[in-house]
Design a protein around this ligand. Structure first.
Ligand code: BGP
Length: 468
């Protein structure tokens, strides 16, 4: 089997505005729900994070030095429209022009996400994407960016991880305004965000902008714990529809297959609700489905499911104390691990085979997909800083195995255009703070000093030789 990536394959690191920029209350930026949520929680602050607002020239110089030809960035909606709609903030607009120009100067192509968990507070308070007004506002904001940054940006993504936004808000309850086990709201949020995606795609394509556009989904392969148990198979299917198939159908079909709808409606009813899907929505979504230029896949882990009919029992391991995570959702299933499969300190299952299985599945189930970018993949690790260096061998091992899975998928006929490790530099993690590090570049949060880790040197060789 080949260990060679295609000649035009993109190698890069990923970031998100709120997780790297800092300066969350300055330079005219409007508030997001996270600001007060984190303050009230009192565990950690999003300021200064990796101070990317000021440090980006250094980080982009590092990208160039370490062989990367791409970077994932997001625009903070509330830096452009502080209240979500209406008046713009010229300083925020100028900041992104400067940032994109600096990317070009270093030969690093920006892949830009419009929304990465950071709806402006004014819209969040009115119901976020459960309120259809937010959809209109998002399309206006997206269209503004397509025009304003037409000369700076070629590659767009509408949303980052619709599933993560929906489940962390409505099932796990770890994001602002969080509720637990509300399956109906989770599906409604997914549908409304996919409608917003579809409308933004149409605005882009009908507006005659050049460049490409797609959406980023976070996918996990769902395996039944016991392949011979009908109940476990059903649990795996439930979770698959919740996280994967509902969103992939919306992306590539523009509507929902009969088996998708059957599961979605049944699960929504478990929490006493229903999903509103209008016929007009599907007309828009079907048109957009044919126009996606690519799909971004964020992949960290897969799941083994067993049937579960007890009480809801959800506990998020947000501290890195191994073995504390629990996900048992009545009527859906229970996530368990298979003996012998390694996990991280945050109980994330390390299973590169799942990435291969997912990529092949997309090719088979959604043959109109065109191209896939791995827009996030990486390993949260405590990264001991010893004698001025971080030897993150477990991360290298993790990335190597996942890149090997990508190569196997390419051999199996899947069109994968690039890989962005999460994350470029160490950054703030929404529900874990700062001890869960992911970066190629170690960040000393006191001094904002960057130190390339062993993984950065390893990745440089892969990126330069295109060879694993
Ligand atoms: C994805 C998000 C990122 C990032 C990453 C790691 O869900 O798109 O924003 O945070 O996961 O997750 P965590 O920070 O929870 O470890």
């Amino acid at each position: 089997s080949s260990n060679q990536f295609p000649a035009n394959f993109v190698f890069g690191g990923a970031t998100a505005a709120y997780q790297v920029e800092g300066e969350t209350q300055t330079h005219g930026k409007g508030k997001v729900a996270w600001d007060d949520f984190l303050k009230d929680q009192g565990r950690f602050s999003p300021d200064p994070a990796s101070d990317f607002y000021n440090q980006y020239p250094r980080d982009l110089e590092l990208c160039e030095r370490f062989g990367m030809n791409g970077i994932r960035l997001s625009i903070a909606w509330s830096r452009i429209f502080p209240s979500g709609t209406g008046k713009v903030n010229p300083e925020g607009i100028q900041y992104y022009h400067d940032l994109f120009k600096c990317c070009r100067a270093h030969g690093v192509e920006p892949y830009v996400t419009l929304h990465h968990f950071d709806t402006p507070l004014a819209l969040f308070e009115k119901g976020d994407f459960l309120n259809r007004e937010t959809i209109d506002a998002f399309v206006d904001y997206a269209t503004f960016c397509f025009k304003e940054f037409a000369d700076d940006v070629t590659y767009w993504f509408t949303f980052n991880e619709i599933w993560a936004d929906a489940t962390n808000t409505f099932i796990e309850g770890t994001f602002p305004g969080g509720e637990k086990a509300n399956l109906a709201k989770c599906f409604q949020c997914e549908h409304n965000m996919m409608l917003a995606h579809a409308r933004a795609v149409l605005a882009f394509k009908h507006g005659g902008f050049s460049g490409k556009i797609g959406v980023i989904q976070s996918l996990e392969y769902k395996y039944p714990l016991d392949e011979n148990s009908a109940a476990d198979i059903n649990a795996a299917k439930n979770e698959d529809v919740l996280q994967n198939q509902f969103l992939l159908d919306a992306t590539f079909r523009g509507d929902y297959a009969a088996d998708t709808l059957e599961v979605a409606n049944r699960l929504a009813a478990v929490s006493g609700g229903s999903i509103e899907i209008r016929e007009d929505d599907l007309v828009i979504m079907r048109e957009a489905a044919a126009l996606n230029d690519y799909l971004g896949v964020n992949y960290y882990q897969s799941r083994f499911l067993r049937a579960y009919e007890g009480e809801n029992d959800l506990h998020h391991n947000g501290t890195g104390e191994k073995g504390t995570d629990r996900f048992r959702l009545a009527g859906v299933g229970e996530r368990v691990n298979k003996p012998g499969i390694p996990t991280t300190d945050w109980d994330w299952i390390i299973y590169p085979e799942g990435l291969f299985d997912l990529l092949v599945r997309i090719r088979l189930q959604y043959p109109n997909y065109k191209e896939i970018f791995i827009t996030e993949n990486g390993m949260g690790y405590k990264d001991p800083f010893v004698d001025g260096f971080v030897d993150d061998a477990p991360r290298i091992d993790y990335v190597e195995k996942h890149l090997a899975a990508v190569l196997r998928a390419i051999e199996a006929g899947v069109n994968v255009g690039g890989y962005f490790m999460w994350s470029l530099q160490d950054q703030f993690s929404w529900t874990n703070g700062y001890n869960k590090r992911y970066g190629f570049f170690y960040v000393d949060y006191e001094t904002q000093e960057r130190t390339p880790k062993a993984s950065a040197y390893w990745f440089k060789r892969v990126a330069q030789t295109h060879c694993l």
